[in-house]
Design a protein around this ligand. Structure first.
Ligand SMILES: N[C@@H](CCC(=O)N[C@@H](CS)C(=O)NCC(=O)O)C(=O)O
Length: 247
């Protein structure tokens, strides 16, 4: 399949955008980013993302939403290196862990941690709900880590080779860190080892510079600040001036 001039719409701070960008980096595919914070999408944004969510991939074939759909598309367009195993049973297990990360880890790490600490403060100018945050950090996140510790091997990637499951899991620990949550290496040594190995891969470290810059820059200035610092930023943007709630 011929895919070219790939644009990814979505902030470097989103774990779902990060998952797509890491896949592109691992596969050595060139791309540019329109780094909008999703709530700030303009009227045209709704046309390419009916749920007003990021990421969106745009190329010569049109716009595609949802990080898992996008990553599968990339896997088909750029099969090497493969991020899904060949065996159907192993592929299914990889997809389950990707889904577990995107849905359940998303609920806890994004909507009950990162949302309380970062999104509420910088997008909606609200105080965090400390009860929600504390429950997420002290009850829900440890349950996730207990589960992950039971599926992660003593060494190496979960399925031997690097897969989209490893990438998806690691992406959420960046946002957990932004919200002040770190993995306790004594309690969850295998997960700590895997996540730290992943976050040190060039595909992740290359993005961390742009994540850190986004975190310390006012939202309205993200596009220009990232472009000036040398990130691969698009000339045009689906960003708008004020935040809109999708529902
Ligand atoms: N299942 C979607 C989830 C995407 C998602 O929830 N993205 C968040 C940003 S981290 C978003 O756009 N939220 C805006 C909203 O919920 O209004 C995917 O994998 O792409």
């Amino acid at each position: 399949m011929n895919c070219c001039t790939i644009k990814i719409v979505g902030s470097y701070l989103s774990p779902y955008v990060r998952k797509v960008l890491v896949c592109l980096e691992e596969k050595g595919v060139a791309y540019e980013v329109d780094p909008i914070v999703p709530f700030y999408g303009n009227d045209q944004f709704k046309q390419i993302s009916p749920l007003r969510r990021i990421p969106v991939l745009i190329d010569d074939n049109g716009a595609i939403s949802d990080s898992s759909v996008i990553c599968e598309y990339l896997e088909e367009c750029y099969p090497t290196p493969a991020l899904l195993p060949g065996d159907p049973a192993a592929r299914a297990k990889v997809r389950w862990l990707e889904e577990y990360a995107d849905s359940h880890m998303g609920d806890v790490f994004i909507w009950r941690m990162y949302n309380e600490v970062i999104i509420k403060k910088y997008v909606w100018l609200q105080e965090p709900n400390l009860e929600v945050l504390s429950h997420a950090k002290n009850k829900e996140a440890p349950e996730i880590l207990d589960y992950l510790e039971s599926v992660v091997p003593a060494a190496g990637f979960i399925f031997g080779q690097l897969t989209i499951a490893d990438i998806a899991l690691a992406c959420f620990f960046r946002n957990a860190l932004f919200a002040g949550f770190q993995i306790d290496a004594k309690r969850w040594p295998k997960v700590q080892q895997l996540v730290s190995t992943l976050l040190q891969r060039p595909s992740f470290t290359k993005l961390q510079r742009w994540e850190d810059l986004s975190l310390k820059t006012p939202i309205a200035a993200h596009h220009q600040a990232l472009k000036s610092a040398g990130a691969p930023i698009s000339n045009d943007s689906y960003g708008g001036p004020t935040p809109i709630r999708a529902n």
